[in-house]
Design a binder for this molecule. Structure first.
Ligand SMILES: NC(=O)c1ccc[n+]([C@@H]2O[C@H](COP(=O)([O-])OP(=O)(O)OC[C@H]3O[C@@H](n4cnc5c(N)ncnc54)[C@H](OP(=O)(O)O)[C@@H]3O)[C@@H](O)[C@H]2O)c1
Length: 249
């Protein structure tokens, strides 16, 4: 059995950086056509130019999930694709704040990006998946879909929500050979982690992780590729934690 995504169309949200970028690269390397979103118009234009010139099967779209208008415009662009085989809801926002200091706009933005956009995308692509009797949906949550910590109320709420979305949708769609799962990363070295944690916090955390290292983007991508591939024929509605054992101790 081979990992092969030839003739598959894979949508990866937030694929311009970090975990999403690695996921998009790996699907592309395995033969897939990848639709990738990011928020910076100029960067998206540049990435499309590079992709076109080098004959890559990568198509970049500019969409900001905090704006319902931007999401609606993106859904119109997506309608041009008669099928989406794999949807990876990866884009995410993570701002730390103690509950008494969270302003409503911050709450609304994190809900919009982390929960509402994945819901709208699933609602939009699932009829095409049902028609094909094939689909794989992977929602990227976090260990904060399992545990909590101070100053993470909003993020934790959204990531429990993401896994709730997985569970609900898997019950609706698994009968159509659409397998829906959550992948929950631990501490992965990306811009998000470098912004939110000090060097000292990263060193302390590393000692607390049974694997004794921070996660790399490839650690997450490999789990996603497995769940999206034909190697996964019966796993659905699950939350796979990829954290080097952090939540076990
Ligand atoms: N890194 C970790 O340790 C970690 C741990 C657990 C879970 N996660 C989850 O894994 C996912 C990816 O995290 P990451 O660390 O790779 O993040 P990252 O490096 O901060 O990249 C975030 C991605 O999401 C996009 N994005 C941000 N705001 C957006 C918005 N308003 N609308 C649409 N797209 C937006 C970004 O686009 P631009 O490039 O245009 O800004 C970027 O492509 C997130 O869901 C995150 O919660 C990460």
């Amino acid at each position: 059995m081979k990992l092969d995504f030839t003739n598959k169309i894979i949508l990866v949200t937030g694929g311009t950086r970090g975990i999403g970028k690695q996921i998009a690269e790996d699907f592309h390397a395995l033969g897939g056509t990848v639709l990738i979103t990011g928020t910076h118009a100029e960067q998206i234009e540049e990435l499309n130019n590079v992709s076109l010139k080098s004959g890559e099967r990568k198509h970049f779209f500019c969409v900001n999930f905090t704006s319902s208008q931007s999401v609606d415009q993106f859904l119109v662009q997506l309608a041009e694709y008669s099928k989406i085989d794999v949807l990876i809801n990866n884009a995410g926002l993570n701002k730390h704040n103690s509950v008494e200091n969270i302003i409503t706009a911050e709450w609304d933005d994190m809900m919009a990006v982390n929960v509402t956009a994945p819901f709208k995308l699933i609602r939009d692509v699932s009829p095409r998946m049902i028609e094909n009797n094939y689909g794989r949906i992977i929602n990227i949550a976090s260990i904060f879909s399992k545990i909590g910590k101070e100053r993470r109320t909003c993020y934790t709420t959204t990531k429990f929500g993401v896994d709730g979305l997985t569970l609900g949708v898997s019950n609706d769609l698994s009968r159509y050979n659409i397998l829906v799962n959550t992948v929950s990363p631990g501490f992965i070295m990306t811009d998000m982690t470098r912004t939110n944690l000090s060097q000292k916090e990263i060193e302390d955390l590393t000692q607390q992780i049974p694997a004794k290292r921070m996660g790399q983007v490839q650690d997450i991508s490999r789990a996603v590729i497995f769940l999206a591939s034909d190697l996964n024929s019966y796993i659905t509605g699950q939350n796979i934690v990829v954290d080097g054992g952090f939540t076990n101790v």
